[in-house]
Design a protein around this ligand. Structure first.
Ligand SMILES: [Zn+2]
Length: 276
């Protein structure tokens, strides 16, 4: 909380409270809630994998005490470890907003649906949206795997090197998606960001559109069968399942794409910044 107190001294609240102290001797309340009550704050999570996705989605965003987000203010939900940091001109933030809906309106595929498709659908490519996994994959990647935080750092560093003006770069690497569904395993997320850096004093405002592409190939149903039924259970699977998992099928691609709007206000100097 010490950092919060240092921040408070640079807020409009503090200037007014200090003025009131000089004029009337009114005690200055340095609690961050008092300082922020009338103003705005930046939501800060602990940025570890225990942060719930709905709060991770708020990380770095600016909110008003008079207009809470649907999650409530930081620290209000049971077990929430998030903090509100006073927002003033030189407060850093970086937020990612997913553009458009991630919902599919279709039944969600379980592991056996992946196997069925392998044997019966001739290798047709499927999209994450049509198999009902788009939201889970995007949130797993963004928050559990920490990709939004890493991209904030990456874009900040790229913007520092590029100077003021246009920004364009690409990225891509494999990640483990087995927690969403065993069938996904290791899959590649790649993409690019394009936008602008605009300088304001010691800060740089950076606005980008980030395009993401997910790609995976389903080739490995035998391994899936082992993972579905476990080593000791393998000999006891029903004849129907055994037939399904023994016949030859056709490998198929799993693809997905989504767009994110990135907006940040970050120190131009790397050593002052939390984003580097
Ligand atoms: Zn929280």
């Amino acid at each position: 909380m010490e950092a919060d107190r240092a921040d408070i001294r640079r807020t409009e609240y503090y200037r007014r409270a200090f003025d009131a102290y000089l004029r009337y001797g009114t005690r200055i309340d340095l609690s961050s809630k008092a300082a922020n009550r009338t103003g705005r704050y930046v939501w800060r999570t602990r940025e570890d994998d225990k942060v719930r996705p709905s709060h991770a989605a708020n990380n770095g965003r600016v909110f008003s005490w008079s207009d809470p987000p649907p999650t409530g203010h930081p620290g209000e939900a049971p077990g929430c470890r998030c903090r509100a940091v006073a927002h003033y001109g030189a407060t850093e933030f970086a937020n990612h907003t997913i553009v458009g809906s991630l919902e599919s309106g279709r039944p969600r595929w379980e592991n056996l649906d992946f196997v069925r498709h392998f044997y019966f659908d001739g290798g047709r490519t499927v999209t994450l949206r049509e198999i009902g996994h788009l939201r889970e994959v995007v949130e797993h990647y963004a928050y559990r795997l920490g990709a939004f935080r890493r991209l904030s750092n990456e874009i900040a560093e790229f913007a520092r090197e590029s100077g003021e003006g246009a920004i364009l770069d690409d990225f891509g690497q494999p990640y483990e998606f087995g927690q969403v569904e065993h069938a996904h395993g290791r899959s590649v997320v790649s993409g690019f960001y394009r936008g602008r850096r605009t300088d304001r004093g010691t800060m740089m405002a950076t606005a980008c559109t980030i395009e993401f592409v997910f790609s995976d190939v389903f080739t490995d149903p035998a391994n899936l069968r082992e993972r579905l039924f476990g080593g000791s259970e393998l000999n006891r699977v029903s004849p129907g399942i055994a037939r399904l998992t023994d016949l030859g099928g056709r490998a198929y691609k799993i693809t997905g794409s989504w767009t994110v709007r990135f907006e940040a206000n970050i120190y131009r100097e790397s050593r002052r910044s939390a984003y580097k």
